[in-house]
Every structure is written in structure tokens, then in C-alpha cells.
Design a protein around this ligand. Structure first.
Ligand SMILES: Cc1cc2nc3c(=O)[nH]c(=O)nc-3n(C[C@H](O)[C@H](O)[C@H](O)COP(=O)(O)O)c2cc1C
Length: 138
């Protein structure tokens, strides 16, 4: 089972998460999509592979109230696990570049990452789907 776990304030990253899940399904794998408030760290850590999504917040950071604390607890459990990371951004969009080395530093594998500015259009959603397929086939 592959998990897609995301935080989204205004729905852009959520739309990305649903499209990533479509790609995983299209590749013939089972998937669950959960917002970070709907899942425990242990449940997230139990997925065979995981797609993590969070909008770019703060100052080029993960969202601090909910997602960052969740991620900090999950991070040591990502060792050896294949992941992709994604999310929507507004004016900077560099947060995934800081996030990927954190996962890799914990021994996780970042198969790919996908930032999309604002609301994903059809091309953006197709890129999300490809990201899901890539994780499923990794
Ligand atoms: C409080 C707050 C802080 C933000 N900080 C950043 C930022 O540092 N860099 C950036 O590129 N976008 C920033 N944004 C813009 C969001 O990343 C952007 O609106 C994104 O589309 C939100 O995705 P969502 O709909 O999944 O919440 C911020 C938005 C808010 C509300």
C-alpha cells in the first residue's frame, strides 16, 4: 500500500495529492490519500512507499503548526523508504529543495519532487499523475 499524506490550506496541494493518487492507481498499485490531520505518524510510517505533500508556508518552510511536527516525528521512520514530495507555492517555491535533504539525511529515498505554483492546471495535474506513477514504479 502506498500512502499520499498532505497538508493544504486552500486546496491546491490537496488537488495535487488527488492527482498523485490517480497516477499510483494507474500504475496498478493500491493507494490511500490522507490529510495530515487524518492519520497518525505510525500509520504513515507503515506504508510501503509514501508521497508527502505540503504547501510552501512560513518563509519557504513546511507548514509549522501541523505538518512540521508530524514530519519531524515521521522523519526517522523514513529510513530506506521510497518517497516523493510535492506541494503548491506562491512566490518563492524553494522549500522542497530544503526538505529533500532532510529526508535523505534520515536515510529515506527521494525518488522525485514536484513544486507547482498556485492552483495546478491540467498540465500540472498531469505532472502530479506522472509523479505518482514514478513512485509506484520505483
Ligand atoms: C501564511 C502563508 C505563508 C506563505 N509562505 C510562502 C512562502 O514562504 N513561499 C511561497 O512560495 N509561498 C508561500 N505562501 C503561498 C502558498 O504556498 C500558496 O498560496 C499555495 O498555493 C498554498 O497551497 P495550498 O492551497 O495547498 O494551501 C504562503 C501562504 C500563506 C497563507
Amino acid at each position: 500500500m502506498i500512502g499520499v499524506v498532505y497538508w493544504s490550506g486552500t486546496g491546491n496541494t490537496e488537488a495535487m495529492a488527488q492527482a498523485v493518487a490517480e497516477g499510483i492507481k494507474a500504475a496498478g498499485q493500491e493507494v490511500e490519500v490522507k490529510s495530515v490531520s487524518e492519520i497518525s505518524v505510525d500509520e504513515a510510517a507503515a506504508y510501503d512507499k509514501i508521497a508527502l505533500g505540503c504547501a510552501d508556508m512560513g518563509a519557504e518552510q513546511l507548514e509549522e503548526m501541523e505538518f512540521e511536527p508530524f514530519y519531524v516525528e515521521l522523519e526517522p521512520k523514513l529510513s530506506g523508504k521510497q518517497t516523493v514530495i510535492f506541494g503548491s507555492w506562491g512566490w518563492g517555491g524553494t522549500w522542497l529543495d530544503d526538505w529533500a535533504p532532510r529526508i535523505e539525511g534520515a536515510g529515506g529515498i527521494v525518488v522525485d519532487k514536484l513544486p507547482i505554483m498556485g492552483t495546478p492546471d491540467d498540465d500540472g495535474l498531469a505532472q502530479c499523475k506522472e509523479l505518482g506513477e514514478k513512485l509506484a514504479n520505483a
